[in-house]
Design a protein around this ligand. Structure first.
Ligand code: MN
Length: 150
Protein backbone atom coordinates (compact mmCIF):
# COMPACT_ATOMS: atom_id res chain seq x y z
CA UNK A 1 0.00 0.00 0.00
CA UNK A 2 1.26 3.43 -0.97
CA UNK A 3 2.89 5.70 1.62
CA UNK A 4 2.42 8.71 -0.66
CA UNK A 5 0.86 11.73 1.00
CA UNK A 6 -1.24 12.62 -2.03
CA UNK A 7 -2.89 10.31 -4.51
CA UNK A 8 -4.55 12.08 -7.40
CA UNK A 9 -7.77 10.98 -9.00
CA UNK A 10 -6.88 9.87 -12.55
CA UNK A 11 -10.37 9.26 -13.91
CA UNK A 12 -13.72 9.59 -12.21
CA UNK A 13 -13.64 7.25 -9.20
CA UNK A 14 -10.17 5.91 -10.06
CA UNK A 15 -6.97 6.86 -8.26
CA UNK A 16 -3.29 6.83 -9.17
CA UNK A 17 -1.71 3.44 -8.49
CA UNK A 18 -4.81 1.93 -6.88
CA UNK A 19 -5.82 -1.24 -8.69
CA UNK A 20 -9.35 -2.08 -9.67
CA UNK A 21 -10.03 -5.40 -7.95
CA UNK A 22 -12.69 -8.04 -8.11
CA UNK A 23 -15.31 -7.52 -5.43
CA UNK A 24 -14.62 -10.93 -3.94
CA UNK A 25 -11.78 -13.26 -4.69
CA UNK A 26 -13.90 -16.39 -4.59
CA UNK A 27 -16.04 -15.33 -7.58
CA UNK A 28 -19.50 -16.83 -7.50
CA UNK A 29 -22.98 -15.85 -8.54
CA UNK A 30 -24.10 -14.29 -5.25
CA UNK A 31 -23.11 -10.85 -6.51
CA UNK A 32 -23.15 -9.10 -9.86
CA UNK A 33 -21.02 -6.38 -11.48
CA UNK A 34 -19.14 -5.06 -8.46
CA UNK A 35 -15.59 -3.70 -8.31
CA UNK A 36 -13.43 -2.90 -5.28
CA UNK A 37 -10.58 -0.44 -4.71
CA UNK A 38 -8.69 -0.28 -1.42
CA UNK A 39 -8.04 3.43 -0.85
CA UNK A 40 -6.43 3.35 2.61
CA UNK A 41 -4.83 0.31 4.23
CA UNK A 42 -2.19 1.62 6.59
CA UNK A 43 -1.71 -1.12 9.19
CA UNK A 44 1.02 0.85 10.92
CA UNK A 45 -1.34 3.67 11.90
CA UNK A 46 -4.90 2.42 11.57
CA UNK A 47 -6.95 -0.61 12.47
CA UNK A 48 -9.29 0.15 9.59
CA UNK A 49 -9.42 0.00 5.80
CA UNK A 50 -11.31 2.38 3.56
CA UNK A 51 -12.54 0.83 0.34
CA UNK A 52 -14.48 2.17 -2.65
CA UNK A 53 -17.00 -0.19 -4.18
CA UNK A 54 -18.85 0.36 -7.38
CA UNK A 55 -21.86 -1.63 -8.48
CA UNK A 56 -22.78 -1.30 -12.16
CA UNK A 57 -26.38 -0.50 -13.07
CA UNK A 58 -28.52 -3.50 -12.28
CA UNK A 59 -25.83 -5.14 -10.16
CA UNK A 60 -25.79 -6.07 -6.51
CA UNK A 61 -23.46 -6.93 -3.66
CA UNK A 62 -23.65 -10.21 -1.77
CA UNK A 63 -26.50 -10.74 0.68
CA UNK A 64 -24.46 -11.43 3.82
CA UNK A 65 -23.87 -10.76 7.50
CA UNK A 66 -20.81 -10.85 9.75
CA UNK A 67 -19.53 -9.78 13.15
CA UNK A 68 -17.74 -6.71 11.80
CA UNK A 69 -19.62 -3.50 11.04
CA UNK A 70 -19.65 -1.35 7.90
CA UNK A 71 -19.71 2.44 7.79
CA UNK A 72 -20.73 3.52 4.30
CA UNK A 73 -20.98 6.82 2.45
CA UNK A 74 -22.55 6.89 -0.99
CA UNK A 75 -20.36 8.82 -3.44
CA UNK A 76 -22.19 8.41 -6.72
CA UNK A 77 -25.37 7.16 -8.24
CA UNK A 78 -28.59 5.83 -6.89
CA UNK A 79 -29.68 2.56 -5.47
CA UNK A 80 -31.08 0.77 -2.48
CA UNK A 81 -29.64 -0.98 0.53
CA UNK A 82 -31.19 -3.66 2.67
CA UNK A 83 -29.99 -3.35 6.27
CA UNK A 84 -31.68 -5.77 8.63
CA UNK A 85 -35.38 -5.56 7.85
CA UNK A 86 -35.27 -2.11 6.23
CA UNK A 87 -34.82 -1.16 2.58
CA UNK A 88 -33.30 2.29 2.21
CA UNK A 89 -33.26 4.45 -0.90
CA UNK A 90 -29.73 5.76 -1.48
CA UNK A 91 -28.50 9.04 -2.93
CA UNK A 92 -25.06 10.64 -3.07
CA UNK A 93 -23.56 11.48 0.32
CA UNK A 94 -26.07 9.42 2.27
CA UNK A 95 -24.61 7.42 5.12
CA UNK A 96 -25.41 3.77 5.81
CA UNK A 97 -24.55 2.00 9.04
CA UNK A 98 -24.46 -1.80 8.98
CA UNK A 99 -24.29 -3.17 12.54
CA UNK A 100 -22.76 -6.55 13.41
CA UNK A 101 -24.66 -9.69 12.35
CA UNK A 102 -27.15 -7.73 10.28
CA UNK A 103 -28.19 -8.96 6.83
CA UNK A 104 -27.27 -6.44 4.17
CA UNK A 105 -27.22 -6.04 0.43
CA UNK A 106 -26.61 -3.08 -1.87
CA UNK A 107 -28.27 -2.84 -5.28
CA UNK A 108 -27.74 -0.33 -8.11
CA UNK A 109 -31.42 -0.01 -8.88
CA UNK A 110 -31.36 3.48 -10.38
CA UNK A 111 -30.14 2.68 -13.90
CA UNK A 112 -26.68 4.06 -13.07
CA UNK A 113 -23.64 2.86 -11.12
CA UNK A 114 -23.81 2.99 -7.34
CA UNK A 115 -20.45 3.90 -5.81
CA UNK A 116 -19.74 4.04 -2.10
CA UNK A 117 -16.97 4.27 0.45
CA UNK A 118 -16.94 1.53 3.05
CA UNK A 119 -14.94 1.62 6.27
CA UNK A 120 -14.14 -1.70 7.98
CA UNK A 121 -11.81 -3.11 10.59
CA UNK A 122 -8.66 -4.56 9.07
CA UNK A 123 -9.02 -7.75 11.12
CA UNK A 124 -12.48 -9.06 10.46
CA UNK A 125 -14.48 -12.22 10.19
CA UNK A 126 -15.59 -13.81 6.95
CA UNK A 127 -19.08 -12.95 5.73
CA UNK A 128 -21.83 -15.52 6.22
CA UNK A 129 -24.33 -16.14 3.45
CA UNK A 130 -27.93 -17.01 4.20
CA UNK A 131 -29.02 -20.59 4.71
CA UNK A 132 -32.37 -21.76 3.35
CA UNK A 133 -33.80 -21.06 6.80
CA UNK A 134 -32.35 -17.56 6.85
CA UNK A 135 -33.83 -16.87 3.41
CA UNK A 136 -37.22 -18.11 4.54
CA UNK A 137 -37.04 -15.78 7.55
CA UNK A 138 -36.04 -12.83 5.36
CA UNK A 139 -38.89 -13.60 2.95
CA UNK A 140 -41.40 -13.42 5.79
CA UNK A 141 -41.40 -9.72 4.87
CA UNK A 142 -42.63 -9.62 1.25
CA UNK A 143 -40.80 -6.35 0.51
CA UNK A 144 -37.52 -7.88 1.68
CA UNK A 145 -38.29 -11.07 -0.23
CA UNK A 146 -38.82 -9.07 -3.44
CA UNK A 147 -35.63 -7.09 -2.90
CA UNK A 148 -33.00 -9.70 -2.13
CA UNK A 149 -30.79 -11.35 -4.74
CA UNK A 150 -28.64 -14.33 -3.89
MN1 MN B 1 -20.60 -6.95 4.28
Amino acid sequence: MSKKTHIAQTDPFRWEGIPLLAYKEDGGTHFRDVTRQVLFDDSEHHDTQLRYFEIAAGGHSTLERHQHAHSVMVLRGRGHALVGGAIHELAPHDLVRVPPMTWHQFRATGGEPLGFLCLVRRERDKPQRPTAGDLAALRADPAVGAFIRH
